[in-house]
Design a protein around this ligand. Structure first.
Ligand code: FAD
Length: 526
């Protein structure tokens, strides 16, 4: 069918204003933090779940691929189309909090709701979700994070995004809705009872991390917790990677931190200390604190400590930062004391500026999608077992040494960010920065005022080629150590690397829910 007729059908079903075909909308929908994919035929922006279902049905009936774009804060080609015969679904208007159910301690949101919106609403009632978002939560959506797995706020005690999901409403390629968890029970009005996840095989889990290959989430139900009244933060410095890793593994075993993250010297000194933004953030954090005295009562003293200065951020060494929470200051402090006891075995304590800022402002504006000098940025990561981590780090340093000349010649700098992923795994993230021209993504995402202060660069083909080479080398190296990944998208190997039985089952499920392979084709290698 000619695309004009198809577009007319979409307009009739969704309304003229909800079907976008202008160049700016199409180009933005085709661009993630890292690069651009095929330009889709249209972007639709449903305002209701009914419109979402209708849009998906119309698209797949006419053989168009459908891809959801949540906050668009990913960098693994996850929502980039592989063919122009694609409709991208902008989830931005499916952003409502459907119900905060304080009797059953659950919250249900439309999948396009951002983590920041959810947190703000819950805090008004002194509540939170266990995992409460990635650093990008100002724009990243609950549906996007759950669809590609995310880690950060709350992960120390409560695990990744998938571990904070009870039940999902997923729109299949047919436009029909599949419900998971207790919401799938047939009898009576059970579908509104989304209170529990596990009953037989875990189909909620099936759709977490699917990158939208199995369906498009319309809504997500998460558990509620009382928001802890007290927050404490602590930071350490280590002479080398090995001693930092020992502390990460030891602290993860305690399970007492709400979150923790490590930085290598390049990131600590390059991205953070070279960046005036850390002082700016402190000022901003202080003004936020003053404007909401009740809300921030629990972290007032902690922030005062942080404001003491950030000179230590310029010191060499690996940094490790922790935030701990509890119902009262005593309990948060005793968690910090236990963390300190482990970390001081291999490192020394430094001022807690960095974790204190994160505790006050878990969702910073997305200005760090560019480097401190306006460079392009893309991270890559793998999740490894602890016994492989130090060897992996040594091998990776050797890869970098073997490319030292090109790294220097292209003005590239490379840093590392680290986290425990539960007690038994370690997330090793590599961040690449290189001078290169900005894309429409940066123009649209970074605050205009801030963007104006940054230098610009001409196209840097050599730099881009080097980043591709290093990304591939890193992915191969993760593979050698059996590494696995969040945010698989179309960048990390998945289908290629799975055991036959598991892959056959995944393909059979895909065939059942998406017989013509129109749901985000190419993602997960499917
Ligand atoms: C500055 C910055 C900081 C970041 N910090 C973190 C961090 O702390 N932790 C972390 O894990 N990641 C982090 N990320 C990566 C990314 O932001 C997160 O993974 C986030 O969860 C992506 O959510 P999103 O809504 O932007 O998803 P998108 O980028 O829009 O989409 C991601 C994938 O999910 C699919 N998808 C989106 N919505 C749906 C839906 N409703 N149904 C089905 N599929 C859907 C898309 O098709 C795509 O495959 C960061 C990124 C940036 C730029």
């Amino acid at each position: 069918m000619a695309s004009e007729q198809f577009l007319e059908k979409l307009r009739t079903a969704l309304g003229e204003s909800r079907v976008l075909t202008d160049e700016a909308s199409i180009t933005l929908a085709a661009t993630d933090v890292y690069r651009q994919g095929a330009l889709p035929t249209a972007v639709i922006k449903p305002a209701t779940v009914e419109q979402l279902c209708a849009g998906i049905k119309l698209a797949t009936e006419d053989g168009y691929a459908v891809i959801a774009r949540g906050g668009g804060a990913s960098y693994t080609d996850a929502y980039l189309a592989v063919s122009e015969r694609t409709v991208v679904i902008d989830m931005g208007d499916l952003n409502k909090i459907i119900e905060i159910d304080e009797t059953n301690n659950i919250v249900t949101v439309e999948a396009g709701c951002t983590w920041a919106t959810l947190r703000d609403e819950l805090l008004k009632r002194n509540l939170r979700t266990p995992f409460f978002g990635p650093f990008s939560g100002l724009v990243a959506t609950v549906g996007g994070s759950v669809s590609q797995n995310a880690i950060s706020h709350g992960s120390g005690s409560y695990g990744i995004s998938a571990q904070s999901v009870i039940s999902l409403d997923v729109v299949l390629a047919s436009g029909e809705i599949l419900r998971t968890g207790s919401g799938a029970v047939k009898s009576g009005d059970a579908k509104t009872r989304r209170f529990f996840r596990h009953s037989g095989p875990d189909l909620t889990g099936l759709f977490t991390g699917d990158c939208g290959a199995l369906g498009i989430k319309a809504s997500v139900t998460l558990p509620l917790l009382k928001n802890p009244a007290a927050t404490e933060a602590v930071a350490f410095s280590f002479p080398d990677f090995k001693s930092m890793h020992a502390a990460v593994a030891g602290v993860a075993l305690l399970g007492l931190d709400d979150e923790g993250f490590g930085l290598d010297p390049a990131l600590q000194q390059g991205q953070i200390a070279r960046n005036e933004a850390s002082a700016v953030k402190l000022k901003l954090a202080w003004s936020v604190l003053r404007s909401s005295p009740t809300f921030f009562k629990g972290i007032r003293s902690l922030l005062r400590m942080a404001l003491a200065g950030d000179k230590h951020l310029r010191e060499p060494g690996y940094a490790l930062n922790y935030i701990a929470k509890g119902p009262d200051a005593g309990s948060a402090k005793s968690k910090i004391a236990a963390i300190r006891e482990v970390a001081l075995k291999t490192g020394g304590e430094v001022p807690n500026s960095m974790p204190a800022i994160v505790a006050v402002m878990p969702f910073a504006p997305l200005n760090n999608v560019l480097g401190p000098g306006g460079e392009r940025w893309v991270p890559i990561h793998g999740i490894l077992q602890h016994s492989d981590v130090v060897a992996f780090d040594e091998r990776w340093r050797a890869v970098l040494d073997s490319h030292a000349e090109q790294i220097e010649a292209t003005g590239t700098f490379i840093g590392g960010m680290y986290m425990a992923a539960g007690p038994n795994a370690f997330l090793y993230e590599i961040a690449f920065y290189w001078p290169d021209e900005r894309t429409v993504y940066h123009e649209q995402t970074v605050d205009a005022d801030f963007l104006g202060t940054l230098p610009t660069y001409p196209a840097n083909e050599g730099g881009r080629e080097l980043i591709e080479t290093l990304k591939k080398a890193a992915i191969d190296l993760y593979g050698e150590y059996g590494g696995v990944h969040f945010q698989i998208g179309k960048s990390y190997p998945h289908a290629e690397n799975r055991d036959t039985h598991e892959l056959n089952l995944l393909r059979a499920i895909k065939k059942e829910v998406d017989p013509d392979n129109l749901m985000n084709p190419g993602v997960l290698g499917l």
